[in-house]
Design a protein around this ligand. Sequence first.
Ligand SMILES: NC(=O)c1ccc[n+]([C@@H]2O[C@H](COP(=O)([O-])OP(=O)(O)OC[C@H]3O[C@@H](n4cnc5c(N)ncnc54)[C@H](OP(=O)(O)O)[C@@H]3O)[C@@H](O)[C@H]2O)c1
Length: 331
Amino acid sequence: MSAPASESHVIRFRMFGGPEVLEHTTIRLPAPGPDEAQIRHTAIGLNFIDTYHRDGLYPLELPSGLGSEAAGVVQAVGARVTTCKPGDRVAYAGGPVGSYAEYRNYPAERLVPVPENVSDEQAAAVMLKGLTAWYLLRRSYVVQPGDSILLYAAAGGVGSIASQWAHALGARVIGIVSTEEKAALARSQGCDHIIMADHGDIAGAVRGLTGGAGVAAVYDSVGKDTFFTSLDCLRPHGTMVSFGNSSGAVEPFSPAELAKRHSLYVTRPILFDFVATREELLAASEKLFGRIADGSIRVRVAQSYALRDAALAHRDLEARRTTGSTVLVPR
Ligand SMILES: NC(=O)c1ccc[n+]([C@@H]2O[C@H](COP(=O)([O-])OP(=O)(O)OC[C@H]3O[C@@H](n4cnc5c(N)ncnc54)[C@H](OP(=O)(O)O)[C@@H]3O)[C@@H](O)[C@H]2O)c1
């Protein structure tokens, strides 16, 4: 068995704020606890939720590490661990936060084996965003062949995977993006139609594309700026899946808003609730890796930064400069 590492380069922060609060430092690392595995990270996934943790929208106890997704190799395991062994390639998505690290200890039962056909960088790029795409399309609203759906940030991390998956399910995907470059990318990833984010009448454009009917579901990750427009895009009994806050948190609203738009449904899901048990986690991961293996989803790592440049990666993500998935690499 390899000896556990006793220290690790990590990103930590002591106060909530902008990207400048992120510090690259070295910490002492204890041996893994009885139910933990120590992982040597080879690639770390960057996610918008990391910015909510950093700026305090989702408060953490400070000082804190950051990050909820990574892939790597098991370095050592605690005494009770039976689900993995040193040398295994693994990946994970979800808390506790702290994936912005060279090494870390993590609950072994939350680790998923990475198949041979998936590289470490791809695994770190796809675990959190791909499992999210899975539950959005297969649980929050179960997409049927022929359904029209509306997807915000279609060229982003979750959006790039969700548009490919929805296309494979036979949906007619309307994507929203902010630039022509992102529009071309979204089209190449399965979007049948594109509406620009600055279009003055998104609901009108959606009605135009759906013969006046509206879409079966809206997958809205933008939040505050788009919530009511999204409701206006739905068909009667349609489902609003509000799953992110890229523009800020949605403000409280009256249920009457749903009645007057013809008996809509609204859900505000989070990934963990769909993969809470190890069985659910493994089953969902199998679906995701199966989609990669059969070619329905191509995983593109569009940006890669050194771990120590995490602040720069945050700036680019928040300024809408990234497309697809981004990874941080300890080096
Ligand atoms: N609830 C869950 O379980 C769950 C899980 C994973 C992710 N999420 C959410 O899904 C969303 C996407 O996450 P991601 O990591 O894949 O990020 P991402 O989509 O790669 O990046 C965010 C994208 O949102 C769009 N956007 C629209 N308004 C924005 C604004 N005011 N500021 C910044 N971006 C804006 C931009 O695309 P355009 O420039 O094309 O508009 C931007 O590229 C986030 O809101 C995240 O919180 C939720």
